[in-house]
Design a protein around this ligand. Structure first.
Ligand code: GRF
Length: 213
């Protein structure tokens, strides 16, 4: 008899906008053998379109409106933590979440918080990645899922995939091609983390397999 499968990891997806990556994660998590369940979607603004998609999918949603906290990032994160705690969240997926999180928050979630970035990191950190890729004349562009560390768009890479940059590409056509990659990549990366095959290891803190002191 097959061993009982381990409990699915409880995941919150944090969004600011349309939530297409969130939707891809929700879709993937419907598979019977998927090791994670999307149990909460949190938006930092009430008009985030992804909230509606999450509700339609029957997922609990919460709004932690950044404007209500003015410049008090600690208070914003306390409100966020309260939501995460209330839903017993074990892993966080940032998916188009436009707030920078404090080092203290990131540290608390070290190895348990993922982000998707629309570029082949370490190339093109930050915003406007597709425009910058076109300006740089790269032949390939893509997307990266990584563990979150305090420095923006850094952190150990979990999964990465690329697409060709085609003659005549515009920012929009390239963004669309990369987005299709994102929708495949994020569910794959979350699977790797949720079933323990990808783990955060601080550089210099790893024990090579089979190592004997
Ligand atoms: C994606 O391109 C993601 O890589 C970036 O922000 C965009 C969010 O899109 N971080 P969506 O809200 O998931 O549709």
């Amino acid at each position: 008899m097959a061993a009982a499968s381990a409990a699915r990891k409880r995941v919150a997806v944090l969004i600011s906008g349309r939530g297409s990556n969130m939707a891809a994660l929700i879709e993937a998590a419907k598979a019977a053998d998927y090791p994670a369940a999307i149990v909460l979607v949190v938006a930092d603004r009430p008009q985030a379109a992804g909230l509606g998609r999450a509700r339609e999918a029957g997922i609990a949603t919460a709004i932690v409106d950044y404007r209500a906290f003015a410049d008090d990032r600690d208070a914003f994160e306390r409100a966020l933590d309260a939501q995460l705690h209330a839903h017993a969240i074990e892993l966080i997926c940032l998916a188009g979440f436009m707030r920078l999180l404090t080092p203290a928050f990131v540290q608390r979630w070290r190895g348990r918080m993922l982000n998707i970035h629309p570029a082949l990191l370490p190339l093109f950190k930050g915003l406007n990645t597709h425009r910058r890729a076109l300006e740089a004349g790269v032949k390939r562009h893509g997307a990266t899922v990584h563990f979150v560390v305090p420095e923006m768009d850094c952190g150990p890479i979990i999964a990465q995939d690329s697409v060709p940059v085609l003659e005549g590409d515009t920012e929009d056509s390239l963004a669309q091609r990369v987005l299709e990659v994102e929708h495949r990549l994020y569910p794959q990366a979350l699977r790797l983390v949720a079933d323990g095959r990808a783990r955060f290891a601080a550089p210099g803190n790893e024990t090579p397999p089979g190592y004997q002191p």
